[in-house]
Design a protein around this ligand. Sequence first.
Ligand code: ADP
Length: 274
Amino acid sequence: MAEWTSKYRVKPGARVNLSKWNANDSSGFRDGKGSKEQGRAALDKLNDKLESQQEMLFAQRKHKVLIVLQAMDTGGKDGVIRSVFDGVNPQGVRVASFGRPTPSELAHDYLWRVHAQTPASGEIVIFNRSHYEDVLVVRVNSLVAPEVWRKRYEHIREFEQTLSDEGTTILKFFLHIDRDEQKARLQARLDDPSKHWKFRLGDLDARAKWNDYMAAFEDMLGKTSTDAAPWYIVPANKKWYRDWVVGNVIVDTLTSLKMTYPPSEEDLSNVTID
Ligand code: ADP
């Protein structure tokens, strides 16, 4: 495991203060002196490694991998999915997006829709938002009472421990942008008609509650980062660095599984092809 990424991993039970985490950091790439162009070129090589690791995962059908992405609006969830997974075989990778729950989803417990989307053997599933919305937007907008959401940290730790015990490797990334960066990104969306589809007036409501969201993220990160399912706080103001950090953690974790291509189940030693 590349040691430098461990500084972004949240220790179980930590008290997280996001104002102390520098969203502009790029110190893990060439001691902070790397440029966007160098970072993108390095990411290309990382994409090749991810492609071959994912192919082995798919061929072996032994491990399951779950990647959770959470961020404020414009934090870069879509960008990470596009850039880090560029080139992987779509047969073995799936994105599950979690929006406002449907009436049927609301009629069940909040983990019901989530459990149904977890990866099968050989699969990588990326959660674009997740069960963590149930301690984020749900908490900030008081959609359930505090005594209801407060219990969820424990539910979630146990749910993820179950997945881990049953063979799922879990990585969770909080893409950390600061308030000024969000302003610039929202303004860029407003200024470009081809990006209006991404702009929701509701995003401004969430922005107005920035401090409440930071408090909810801080609790989430400290209370649900575990050895089985660690959170990484990814500096995300620089998009290239964000992708580089996420890509490295994923590639290192997949490499640590020491996967190999499975042998044929048949004896191929005497096969000749006419
Ligand atoms: P994104 O912003 O991720 O690109 P959308 O624009 O579809 O995708 O937004 C999804 C919305 O669904 C967000 O506003 C999010 O807060 C909301 N959402 C997700 N999960 C829940 C939940 N459990 N309860 C209420 N709202 C939720």
